[in-house]
Design a protein around this ligand. Sequence first.
Ligand code: PLP
Length: 424
Amino acid sequence: MSGPFDVADADRRHLWHPYTQHGLGEEPVPIARAAGAYLYDMSGRAIFDGISSWWVTLHGHAQPAIARAIAEQAATLEQVIFAGFTHEPAARLAAALVERAPAGLTRVFYSDDGSTAVEVAVKIALQYWQLRGEARRLVAALENAYHGDTFGAMAVSARGLFTAPFAEQLFEVARLPDPVDGDPVAALERLLSARGSELAAVIVEPMLLGSGGMRMWSADALRSMRELTAAHGVPLVADEVLTGFGRTGPLFACEHAGIAPDLMCLSKGLTGGFVPMGATLATEALFERFRSNDRKRTLFHGHSYTANPIACAAGVASLALLDHGSAERRRAIERSHRAAGERLARLPAIRNVRVLGTVIAMELAASDAGYLSGVGLALKRFALDRGVLLRPLGDTVYVLPPYCATDADLSKAYDVIAEFAEQL
Ligand SMILES: *Cc1c(COP(=O)(O)O)cnc(C)c1O
């Protein structure tokens, strides 16, 4: 007779976790269920999810309307091949995305996650130039960028700790300075005059370099990069995988600058954080370049689960929630972040407090800066012991909550950061 299933034991024997060094012997926390802004462990202990479970949970965990939409869709049409077939959830979600996206983005290509959404954008841009009969192979990207973990996405991401083992296999990218402490606009101007005829696309995380350290940059620089790329006919790719769906305040971060990119990558919050899905939005001009009676001019890209109906139904339900009361919730979170930011900035061990929409970030005093900094790991443990999930990026601490988080929930996260910083 077998006893109750031993999660920890099976995990220890059989699982390989993401971004996890198993040699350090840190046991993962088994989570039994989640609701709203909270995770609950096997003993029922509540943990405030201060990072929206890796930036995906939008409205809250187990949000009933999305859970219902998923259950109904699963019982109606769970999956169908998306080449040669279509379905209502895919068409509804595409129409809803286009209606809300920056002007001119009229075509939706579905994929599985943020990395694939970036792969698709890069492939569309590269093949677009081939279809025009021009050999443009160079992509420009920002220093400290993060665009995902598949090869193309890694190539356009900043080179460093994460990409080092694969450096030789990554294609050449023209690197523009991080807009927080450099001038990517001047660098892009120089690049356009030196290698403009080779430049196939420019990719940016608008307003917020996420994994690169929650670095917030200016709408002016973004607008200038849009003007330059537009003037030279170079597609601008906005990677809104993190910033999409209200994370930075407006529905899309591009709205801060009043710009529309040629390609936009979405994932993370696309399904409200329930099921994986990616989408790449494109202009009609890009789409038209592929449309032909010549089958060789096809975008030969697709995934087994492209436009999975369950994921699309979750997306439709999530967008409906974004239309109702979400903007006020996001503004309340931003106000709460700003008030807490003033308080936290007074602590000697905290530097550079910044807020953009529902994201507050800061640096902790540390003897070892960077992703492997021990101070972040220490805070993560300190917070978890006090019922708060934080996952600093090295010495950069941030709170990025589900939109249902209340002032009281948020205070738990701010207090735990303050308490930790006071003892540094
Ligand atoms: C998380 C992230 C990605 C990668 O998304 P995955 O779903 O993890 O593959 C790409 N771009 C940005 C800006 C991200 O934050």
